[in-house]
Design a protein around this ligand. Structure first.
Ligand SMILES: [Zn+2]
Ligand SMILES: [Zn+2]
Length: 200
């Protein structure tokens, strides 16, 4: 049976190319919202922690998670853990947290598609023949949630978001505004981080 959690066209447009990982992240996000019984986030109340790192190809999943949940990187609702794992924890402070990971058996079967032979040769997804891209995407759509995902409730998961503040001051050197948590003091005057000469 085909999944109903298929990304809308705008999600592919946002992502930039057609690939199978963005839709997997999208589906993870949709399933996590259902599991936690919450709506797509409008404001600042839902968090996603993908365990993806850098320097490996599946980072595309994080764009799907953002599209599905509304927990965007820009709103600081998403932070990668850089564990280099195909998993993510979804957290709603008033509800709970749940971790979704890709089953190794699924990853193995998935990796046999010709799409990945091109990827391993360094061909970017937008340059891979459309037929091969659609083949692997459609196969993913036809796999059951159970065969793809391991689901682990994380009732003890803790995360305290940074408290928001509108307070700001001007840097005494470059005169640009700086939000207060990022102001540093130099010779008794407020400065921005680049002007301070300090590390963050
Ligand atoms: Zn992609
Ligand atoms: Zn400055």
């Amino acid at each position: 049976m085909k999944t109903t959690h298929i990304p809308p066209d705008w999600a592919f447009e946002f992502h930039g190319h057609r690939c199978p990982f963005m839709p997997i992240g999208y589906r993870m996000g949709k399933l996590a919202l259902e599991y936690l019984n919450v709506e797509r986030e409008k404001d600042h109340g839902f968090f996603v922690f993908p365990e993806i790192g850098e320097g490996h190809p599946q980072a595309c999943m994080a764009d799907g998670m953002q599209a599905a949940t509304g927990a965007t990187y820009g709103k600081v609702l998403m932070a990668k853990t850089f564990y280099g794992k195909l998993a993510a924890t979804f957290f709603h402070p008033q509800k709970s947290a749940v971790r979704y990971s890709l089953r190794p058996e699924f990853v193995d079967a998935f990796g046999k598609f010709e799409f990945f032979a091109y990827r391993k040769k360094g061909v970017e997804p937008s340059q891979i023949p459309q037929k091969l891209v659609d083949e692997v995407i459609n196969w993913v759509y036809e796999q059951s949630d159970d065969s793809m995902f391991k689901i682990e409730p994380r009732p003890d998961f803790k995360f305290v978001p940074v408290k928001g503040s509108f307070n700001k001051d001007k840097c005494s050197i470059c005169s640009e505004y700086v939000f207060e948590r990022y102001l540093r003091m130099k010779d008794g005057k407020p400065v921005c981080i680049p002007c301070s000469g300090y590390e963050k």
